[in-house]
Design a protein around this ligand. Structure first.
Ligand code: PLP
Length: 476
């Protein structure tokens, strides 16, 4: 990638020598990606990300299917870039139906058979799930689709690099990929469109990508994507080692916390993804405790972590909202060692041995004038600006950004009771544990956040919200 940035500045569409050598880099990367998934290079379109790839395929259906074949069947555990696009298509007259999944997140084939009919244009089902790792029976899904001449699109993003992906053997018509899932750069994706399948560009303009995706190509990212694909064999060979580490992790977690529930299936699942519920343990506290010891785990997917709502994937497999809030996702990687696993287990064990005091929570109902206007309290609003536009801040709030909270630390008073507020209470817990680790003695959070307060104390919200707000400046 740095060689491309330093030496291949030419635009691949230019006819002169600089342009031609950039075009050669582009075409090499296309071959590398195509080889990694057993596709023809001609069937690969480079995109800005897998979200774009997903949007492009699904929105294509608007043009190719109406009015007779206007139904798409998908699953409730797809990525938001699929689910939100389907919502959009529904608002534009398409019929969207969801095939249920079982307790392990696997598509119920018998239900799918019932849903597919002459009105269906597309079945959209991810190859493996990003939160729980379940691998779908795509070949069986394709068989059902073919009986009705229905196209099949699979989001292969989480599967790529974790299991072999052979678009030809799977028999799918469209597939989406993202480079960062295989240690490539962020901000570049690919789309496989089988020759002859209907497709309308999402972006119109220049003739790049055979006229199927206009816009100057991000050449260094694409070259990085191609180079990452060269490593796919090594990544796949490492899969069994990673699966072994995951097994050890599960065994030890069950010893440390015998009531924990493993949501990832044992069979037919990605080697690296583990979703685990710890009953009666709020996941944000655990995540924060792990974060401060250098262990990065998440609650759902990175793309929905801003939403603060319980994971839709866990809900779809029958996990309650409460249990979803007690669930973390641990992803192992190519560089995860047995030592890392032992370290993580030690940290988790010490968390459960209650060496970490829980954070005090103030319910929104209790958040009245006595707390709001007590000069000993310091209300810290860590929401991003767009959320503050949706729900106004509590009176006397001090606004700071969660993402760079360490740059505000010097301004927070050490002699006051800090009440951290976010939109729904989730990020506030992370921030509160962080503040405590930095020596702030009295820290609480507002349970259910600004939204919860607006809903339960609407009288106070209407009277005081947005008053006397201080926007803190971060240290450069
Ligand atoms: N689909 C799935 C299943 C994902 O996990 C992700 C992101 O991680 C995406 C799509 C979106 O990929 P991108 O971030 O490249 O848009």
């Amino acid at each position: 990638m740095s060689r491309v940035l330093n030496r291949a500045y030419g635009n691949p569409s230019s006819l002169y020598d600089h342009g031609r050598s950039s075009a050669a880099i582009l075409e090499k990367a296309r071959m590398q990606v195509a080889d990694a998934i057993n596709a023809l290079p001609l069937d690969i379109i480079f995109t800005g990300c897998a979200t774009e790839s997903n949007n492009a395929v699904l929105k294509s259906m608007l043009n190719h299917s109406q009015p007779r074949r206007n139904k798409i069947i998908s699953t409730p555990i797809e990525h938001p870039s699929v689910l939100k696009t389907l919502e959009y298509l529904k608002s534009h007259g398409m019929v969207i139906e969801f095939c249920p999944v079982d307790r392990e997140g696997r598509v119920c084939l018998a239900e799918l058979e019932k849903l597919v009919d002459a009105q269906t244009c597309l079945i959209c089902c991810m190859l493996a799930n990003n939160e729980i790792g379940t691998i779908q029976p795509i070949e069986a899904i394709v068989k059902i689709a073919r009986k009705h001449e229905v196209l099949v699109f699979s989001d292969c993003v989480p599967a790529f690099g974790k299991m072999p992906v052979d678009v030809h053997a799977l028999g799918i018509d469209y597939a989406s990929f993202s480079a960062h899932k295989l240690y490539g750069p962020k901000g570049v994706g690919a789309l496989y469109v089988k020759h002859g399948c209907p497709f309308t560009p999402l972006l119109h303009g220049g003739h790049q990508e055979e006229g199927l995706r206009a816009g100057t190509e991000s050449l260094h990212n694409i070259a990085g994507f191609g180079a990452a694909c060269e490593e796919i064999g090594a990544l796949l060979r490492d899969g069994e080692r990673i699966r072994g580490l995951k097994r050890q992790l599960v065994q030890r977690l069950k010893q440390i916390k015998p009531d924990c529930v493993i949501n990832s299936p044992e069979r037919d699942s990605l080697p690296n993804t583990l979703s685990v519920t710890f009953p009666n343990v709020n996941n944000s506290g655990l995540m924060a405790a792990l974060d401060f010891r250098g262990i990065a785990v998440s609650a759902g997917s990175a793309c929905s972590s801003q939403a603060e709502t319980p994971s839709h994937v866990l809900k779809a497999i029958g996990v309650s909202d409460q249990s979803a809030r007690e669930t973390i996702r641990i992803s192992l990687g190519h560089r995860t060692s047995a030592r890392d696993i032992r370290y993580a287990l030690r940290v988790i064990q010490s968390f459960f041995q209650s060496r970490v005091q829980p954070i005090n929570m103030i319910t929104p109902v209790r958040m009245d004038e006595t707390i709001l206007f007590d000069p000993h309290n310091y209300i810290l609003d860590i929401r991003p600006q767009f959320m503050r536009r949706k729900v106004k801040s509590l009176p006397n709030s001090h606004e700071a950004s969660f993402a760079s909270i360490e740059r505000y630390l010097h301004q927070f008073p050490r002699d006051k009771h800090i009440i951290v507020v976010c939109q729904q209470g989730y990020h506030a817990t992370m921030a509160a544990y962080y503040l405590r680790s930095k020596g702030f003695g009295q820290v609480s959070i507002l349970l259910s956040g600004a939204e919860g307060w607006q809903a339960s104390r609407n009288d106070l919200y209407l009277k005081f919200a947005g008053q006397n707000i201080t926007a803190l400046q971060q240290k450069r």
